[in-house]
Design a protein around this ligand. Sequence first.
Ligand code: G1P
Length: 295
Amino acid sequence: MLYGAGEEMDIKTAVFPVAGFGTRMLPATKAIPKEMITLINKPLIQYAVEEVIDAGIERIIFITGRTKKALEDHFDINVELNQQLESAGKTDLLYDMKRISEMVDIIYVRQKYMLGLGNAICCVQDIVKNEPFAVILPDDIILSKTPVTKQLIECYNKVERPVVSLMPVAKNETSKYGIVEIKEQVDTRLSRLKDMVEKPASNPPSNMAIIGRYILTSEVLSALSKIDKGAGGELQLTDALKYTAKYYDVYGYEFEGKRFDCGTKQGLLEATINFAYADNLLAETLKDTVASLNL
Ligand code: G1P
């Protein structure tokens, strides 16, 4: 057990590092945060927030930076808009707008310097204290029956150790991800990890990549204070997990679902097509459009 008898271990907090610039999606991200880019009719961040709410999360911490005001506004109440919808009798839309602002408690923390994902996670130390928490990278949008955060929480409840989400990738793609080395397969999807490397330039230890969903514990936070800067001169979360795995068990879970990297044009296009296909009303439009292209 990581915690004393009677201590709360449920995962109730999710941390969203959202301070990055989103240079891969310029010019869309020149004036709006990359998390506000829309997939069908909702900003990416809303998919990720809805995912964690469906997983039972009650508190969200956004680690933001400059130019992220639109994110705060999106989850705030827009009194004038609500009044206008109400007087126009647009009750469905009004319900949707209220639901967004009342969804969940959000805490905003500023990451002052862009020193990497590991540095962003360090910013929540004083808020989460010893509590385990989920981390969501909202560029990674995942279409699944069970929210991936929920899949990971279920694993955490069994093992009470850090759990990272895993997905097999093509050998020539391994340099884009944190790549793990598996020590032991616990069951079909769950494995105990031996090691991990952030964006290996050569000799990746496997083709299993870490995707942007994690359950972290206080051991990983204290590892972040002990490690040096890694790939790209940044403090890397993968390196903190590697350090933690030397002393404690760290697990990987090959999640059920289809993941899209919505921080790239290709990934956003794939996500748009897949989400449209999964939507009863849009599937017909998608089929007609594809048929008319005579591919
Ligand atoms: C981050 C992590 C990396 C992980 C990836 C998943 O990298 O550092 O380990 O594989 O997210 O999307 P980024 O894509 O932010 O450079």
